[in-house]
Each structure stands twice: as structure tokens, then as C-alpha cells.
Design a protein around this ligand. Structure first.
Ligand SMILES: *Cc1c(COP(=O)(O)O)cnc(C)c1O
Length: 388
């Protein structure tokens, strides 16, 4: 049996697979087992932030694998300590908890918020408000946190303590802050929800409301973080400093790592034994993530992300099939006039370009390091499909 047949027989059928088996990759191009190659405008799903097998990243990871691959979190490691320092310093947060995924980072944030509130006010203030159309993960609690009914199915009973406010509707949020709420959680740009950028005024007013009532503000930057939008955190562009920020996807450059960053207000909410993860903060993942931070913090790097984002927008703007382009930096959503996003995805794949969709939009999350040549080659394919 070939790769696709084996996978279809033995893996649980949780993914709507594309009919391609990937073998290798370099820069922003990956190659399938059948020899066909693809320019990748998706980076996995915003994960391969430095592209495929970036040399500095691979060297750091391989060196760490040969040094020490794991020790329990009952011991310290230099690579984890230095990574935590660098991440906190770059973001201005006090402490970080390291896990393995976005969902886990959000679970951690939910737990911090509930314990913070419990420590101060006791029981009865455990509700987390999230936004309609949000996406926060696939664990039971993060599914419950996700503000989309389609995700609230099959797995009953879901954890309680989540309520959903309409995005960009301050009055609705205000009405839902009824004394039972410990935190508000939102994405600055709803990724899975369709690359919807929140209004800056709404975000700032929401942050103010939260601060007035000692409600923690959690920003889920699992997709938007680590330079994706042209600033290290997207929240910088909204002029807010959330109490908690979560990161994952692009943070490890392709290795599983998630981070829950906390500010001084809730830095010491967790004590010994209140949270943990066997693999969390794994030395190899930390080595890869350190290589990502090094690269993203190089002078001019984030400006280059902004420039490339503007370049893509400009190339697509004049295309008659394009109704609207949304997003920030290299997180781009394209609303089409007549074509279906899934048809564009399939046509692009056949022509050697990988794109993503988000709801009814085509979504682009290219590697932050993508070259001008790779961008041009990918855009040429995309424009040919949109202008047949
Ligand atoms: C992908 C994503 C998650 C879930 O991350 P996993 O690593 O798949 O658990 C959570 N929040 C947002 C905004 C995401 O885009």
C-alpha cells in the first residue's frame, strides 16, 4: 500500500485530506512523493514560520537532540530557561508556561483566569466570555470556548462557564459582564473564523472595561503571534497589553510548542502543583523556538513581513474576481466574487501552489521568510486561477 492508502486505513478519519503525500521541503517549497513540488502559501497552518528546514533552525534542533532531548520539568535546563527569558523580554510579560499546542496554551490561560478570580473573589466568578465566530482549540474546554455552534456537537457534556459575545459590539460585551465573569478571551484577527480583523476601537474599549472590573483579558495569538501580522504580537497594533497572551503555531518553526504568557497581575497565580505538562517546554522544541525568536527579532525582519503583506495585497487588489482582502501582514484573507474558495484551493494545488481557506475565503499564511521570487511564482499561479 502507498502512503495515502496506509493513512486512510490506519489513521482515524479526522481530516479532510488533500490527495498529496509530502516528502521534503526547502525554503517555501515542498515536494511530494510523486516528485511534484508546491510553493507553500500556508506554512502548514501558519506553523513553518521560517519555511521548510531552515538551516539555522535545523542546526539548533539537531544540536539539542544530541545534547539532551528531554528531562522532566522537575529539573531545569538552560535551553528552556533562556528561551523563557527571551520570550518574556521580547513581549514584556512576566512569566510563561510552556505546553505543546495552541489548545493547551488556551487551557492554561483559562485555568489562570479562573484561579486568579477564585483566589480573590471565591467561587461563582468563573465564566469566560469569548467572541462569536472565534476558534480556540479542540480540547473539550477550548471547544466550549470556541464561539461557533458547529463545534458544540457530539461530545456532550461540554465544560460549563463559557458565554459568547458578538465581535465588535461593545454593548453586548458590557451586558455580559454580569459579575460572574473572570476573563474575556479574543483573537485580534479571527483566523479560522474567516480572517476577520477586530475593530481597534472595540478592542481598546473592551480592554478598558475588563481592567475596570478586574476581569482578565486573554488574547489568543496562536495564529496571529510570532511576527505573523508584522509585529511580534498582533495586539501591539491594537494598542493594548492583555493580561494573558497565548502562542503556538509559528512559535516552534514546525516543532510542537505552545506558550501562555502572563503579566505581573497574574504572574504568581499558579503555584507548585497547580498545572503541568510532561512534554511542555521540551528542550528540542525550545531550541527550535529560540531559533525562530532569533530570526524574527533581527533588525528589519518584521518590516519585511509588512512589506511582503502589502506586496501580496497590491498584486491581488486589481483582480476583478477579488471582492475584498482582509488581514494584517502575512495573514491574509481573500473574499471572492463568484468562485468558491475550496475550488481555488484545489486548482492552486493542481498548479503547484498550496493555499488555505477560512470559512468562505481563501487564506494565505506564507512563511515569514518567503522570498520575492517564491512570492511572485505563487502569485502568478493564484492570479491565473482567479483570472481564467
Ligand atoms: C490553531 C489555533 C488554535 C489551536 O491550536 P492547536 O495547536 O491546534 O491546539 C487555537 N487558537 C487559534 C486562534 C488557532 O488558530
Amino acid at each position: 500500500m502507498n502512503t495515502i492508502e496506509l493513512s486512510e486505513q490506519y489513521l482515524m478519519k479526522t481530516y479532510g485530506h488533500q490527495p498529496v503525500a509530502m516528502r521534503s521541503g526547502s525554503r517555501s517549497v515542498c515536494a511530494a512523493e510523486d516528485g511534484k513540488s508546491y510553493i507553500d502559501f500556508g506554512s502548514g497552518i501558519g506553523v513553518n514560520s521560517l519555511g521548510y528546514c531552515n538551516a539555522d533552525w535545523a542546526d539548533a534542533v539537531c544540536a539539542q537532540v544530541r545534547e539532551i532531548q528531554h528531562t522532566s520539568n522537575y529539573y531545569f535546563t538552560g535551553v528552556q530557561a533562556k528561551f523563557a527569558q527571551q520570550l518574556c523580554t521580547m513581549t514584556g510579560y512576566s512569566r510563561v508556561f510552556l505546553g505543546n499546542s495552541g489548545a493547551e496554551a488556551n487551557e492554561c490561560a483559562i485555568k489562570v483566569a479562573r484561579k486568579y478570580s477564585f483566589d480573590r473573589y471565591g467561587k461563582g466568578r468563573g465564566t469566560i466570555i469569548t467572541l462569536q465566530n472565534s476558534f480556540h482549540g479542540r480540547t473539550l474546554a477550548t471547544l466550549a470556548a470556541t464561539g461557533q455552534d458547529v463545534f458544540h456537537n457530539y461530545f456532550f457534556p461540554f465544560p460549563e462557564g463559557f458565554a459568547y459575545a458578538e465581535a465588535n459590539n461593545l454593548a453586548d460585551l458590557q451586558a455580559k459582564l454580569d459579575g460572574t465573569v473572570c476573563a474575556v478571551m479574543m483573537e485580534m484577527i479571527q483566523g479560522e473564523g474567516g480572517v476577520n480583523v477586530l475593530d481597534r476601537d472595540y478592542v481598546q474599549a473592551a480592554a478598558k472595561l475588563c481592567a475596570q472590573q478586574d476581569i482578565l483579558l486573554i488574547v489568543d495569538e496562536v495564529q496571529t503571534g510570532v511576527g505573523r501580522t508584522g509585529t511580534f504580537l498582533a495586539s501591539e497594533q491594537f494598542g493594548i497589553k492583555p493580561n494573558i497572551t497565548t502562542l503556538a503555531k509559528g512559535l516552534g518553526g514546525g516543532l510542537p510548542i505552545g506558550a501562555c504568557l502572563v503579566d505581573a497581575v497574574c504572574a504568581d497565580t499558579f503555584g507548585i502543583g497547580t498545572h503541568g505538562s510532561t512534554f511542555g517546554g521540551n528542550p528540542v522544541a525550545c531550541a527550535g523556538a529560540t531559533a525562530v525568536l532569533e530570526r524574527v527579532s533581527e533588525p528589519g525582519f518584521l518590516e519585511s513581513v509588512m512589506d511582503k503583506g502589502a506586496y501580496i495585497r497590491e498584486a491581488l487588489e486589481s483582480c476583478p474576481e477579488v471582492e475584498e482582502i482582509c488581514g494584517l501582514g502575512l495573514m491574509i484573507g481573500i473574499r471572492l466574487k463568484t468562485m468558491k474558495a475550496t475550488d481555488v484551493l484545489a486548482a492552486a494545488r493542481n498548479a503547484g501552489l498550496l493555499v488555505l481557506t477560512a470559512k468562505d475565503k481563501v487564506r494565505l499564511l506564507p512563511p515569514l521568510t518567503i522570498s520575492k521570487e517564491e512570492l511572485d511564482a505563487g502569485l502568478e499561479i493564484l492570479l491565473q486561477i482567479l483570472n481564467p
